[in-house]
Ligand binder design. Structure first.
Ligand code: ADP
Length: 232
C-alpha cells in the first residue's frame, strides 16, 4: 500500500486473510491438493515449501480464484475467491511470455485495471500511483523499457510494483527467487518485507527449505496435503 492510498472496499480486513477448509483439487487422474485446511491472519508472512509437483502453484491458483476446487471451502478476507482485486499474484517467471511487447509502465498499469475497469483510460491518479509504485521498487528509470529486456531481478521488482499499484492486500509469489543472483534475491526479499510491514499478507512458494526457514517466520510444508504449518 502506498502512502495516502485508500483500502479497496471489496474485502473485510478484520476477517482471516485466507481460510481453506478441506480443499481438494484434481486434474483428471492427478490429485494436486488433498483436503488442505489452512488459516492465515492478516499480515502473516508464509513460505509454502514443497518439491516440484507438490501443489504449490495449484494452491495459489485456488486462492487467486483461477482454479475451482472440486471439494472444500475457500474464503479470502471473508468472501469467496475470484473477482478479488485484493489478491496480487506474481506467477513463476518461466510461465510468463517475456516476448510480449509491453513496457514496464504498461505492466504496472495492469495492476490498476481492477480499480479503473476495462476500456477506460488511466486517470492522472492512476498514472501517479503507477509512478509512485515504480519509484518504491527503484525502477522509475526503466519505465519506458520493454519488460523482456530487463534482468530477472528487475522483472520481479516490476511485478512487485504492479502489486503495489493494485493496492493488493494479499501477495502470492511463485518461486520469486529462483534463478536470481544473491544481491537481486536480497532486494526482492527486502521489498517483500516492506510490503508485509504495511499489513499485506504474503505467501511465497519455494522449493528451498533452508532459505525459506531463514527468511520466513511461518512455513507451510506442502506435499499435496499439509505436512506441517508453523514456525520453522
Ligand atoms: P508445484 O507448483 O508444487 O510444482 P503444481 O501445483 O504445479 O505443483 O502441480 C501439482 C500437480 O498437478 C502436478 O502433478 C502437476 O503435474 C499437476 N498439474 C498442475 N497443473 C495442471 C493442469 N493444468 N493440468 C493437469 N495437471 C496439472
Amino acid at each position: 500500500m502506498l502512502p495516502g492510498q485508500k483500502h479497496p472496499v471489496q474485502h473485510d480486513v478484520t476477517m482471516p486473510a485466507i481460510e481453506l477448509q478441506k480443499v481438494s483439487v484434481r486434474y483428471d487422474q492427478t490429485v494436486a491438493l488433498d483436503s488442505v485446511t489452512l488459516r492465515l491472519n492478516r499480515g502473516d508472512r508464509v513460505a509454502v515449501v514443497g518439491p516440484n509437483g507438490a501443489g504449490k502453484s495449484t494452491l495459489f491458483h485456488v486462492i487467486a480464484g483461477v482454479v475451482r476446487p472440486q471439494e472444500g471451502q475457500v474464503r479470502i478476507y471473508g468472501s469467496g475467491p475470484g473477482g478479488h482485486i485484493c489478491v496480487g499474484y506474481v506467477p513463476q517467471r518461466k510461465v510468463i511470455d517475456w516476448d510480449f511487447p509491453v513496457t514496464v509502465t504498461d505492466v504496472v498499469m495492469m495492476g490498476r485495471v481492477g480499480k479503473m475497469g476495462f476500456l477506460r483510460w488511466p486517470s492522472r491518479h492512476d498514472r501517479d500511483v503507477v509512478r509512485a509504485a515504480l519509484d518504491e521498487v527503484g525502477m522509475s528509470a526503466f519505465a519506458n523499457r520493454q519488460i523482456g529486456e530487463l534482468s530477472g531481478g528487475q522483472q520481479q521488482r516490476v511485478f512487485l510494483a504492479r502489486v503495489l499499484a493494485q493496492e493488493a492486500e494479499l501477495l502470492l509469489m511463485d518461486e520469486p527467487l529462483t534463478g536470481l543472483d544473491m544481491p537481486s534475491q536480497e532486494v526482492i526479499l527486502s521489498l517483500i518485507d516492506r510490503i508485509q510491514r504495511n499489513g499485506v499478507t504474503v505467501m511465497v512458494a519455494s522449493h528451498d527449505l533452508n532459505q525459506a526457514s531463514e527468511q520466513f517466520p511461518l512455513i507451510l510444508l506442502l506435499n499435496r496435503s499439509v505436512i506441517a504449518f508453523g514456525p520453522p
